[in-house]
Write a protein that binds this ligand. Structure first.
Ligand code: IMP
Length: 197
């Protein structure tokens, strides 16, 4: 059996832990490594797909394809319906500046709290091809911060079908339904089916 290496360009240990758990559904097929030293280029675009594609294209200019190894750049965004999709591609900036309380403030007195968390994976395959694989989860923005697990927007995002935030869930529960889980599970399936060589 081939064991594939998934090298994720990130320094975020929470993401690594989640990706390992998600891909453990495929038994021993994948080993997850992180590469925080490669630079993740962040272009300005409305969709995370376009940002992830530009980022992986940029990385592909400086690394060589290696057998059984996939290099992955993940870009995520929280698209809030009542705010016209904001913060979307600016999610990291908004998190660092106004923070979760600032986002809740923007939604004060707003009844429509629908939101979609999107994940786009820019993938550099062992044969040197570039692909983008996406996953998303719909849900809503809570009225206050809830829970202490996870990271980022987890304390305010409630996925559809639940009445708890990602931060109130166990890691296993979050990784059953999250945007990241959907994207990496799709990636795993594509690799094992041979359609992403
Ligand atoms: P990035 O593109 O992965 O850097 O993510 C953009 C923003 O979304 C950052 O502020 C992250 O903290 C946040 N984010 C990404 N994934 C998650 C998640 O699974 N839960 C909560 N916040 C997340």
């Amino acid at each position: 059996m081939t064991r594939y290496r998934i090298v994720v360009v990130t320094g975020n240990v929470n993401k690594k832990r989640e990706i390992e758990l998600i891909l453990s559904d495929f038994g021993e097929s994948f080993e997850v490594l992180t590469e925080p030293s490669l630079r993740k280029l962040e272009i300005q675009a409305d969709q995370v797909e376009d940002i992830a594609r530009a980022a992986i294209e940029n990385i592909a200019r400086v690394v060589k394809p290696r057998s059984s190894t996939y290099i992955v750049v993940e870009d995520d965004g929280l698209y809030i319906e009542a705010l016209g999709g904001f913060p979307g591609p600016y999610s990291e900036y908004v998190y660092r500046t106004i923070g979760l309380r600032g986002v809740l403030k923007l939604l004060e007195d707003v009844d429509n709290r629908r939101a979609v968390f999107k994940s786009a994976l820019g993938v550099y395959t062992p044969s040197g091809k570039i692909e983008v694989v996406c996953g998303e989860v719909s849900g809503y923005i809570a009225r206050e911060l809830r829970g202490s697990g996870g990271f980022g927007y987890d304390p305010i995002f409630v996925p559809d079908g639940y009445d708890v935030t990602f931060a109130e869930m166990s890691l296993e529960e979050k990784c059953r339904v999250s945007h990241r889980a959907r994207a990496f599970r799709e990636l795993g399936k594509l690799i094992l089916s041979g359609s992403l060589a």
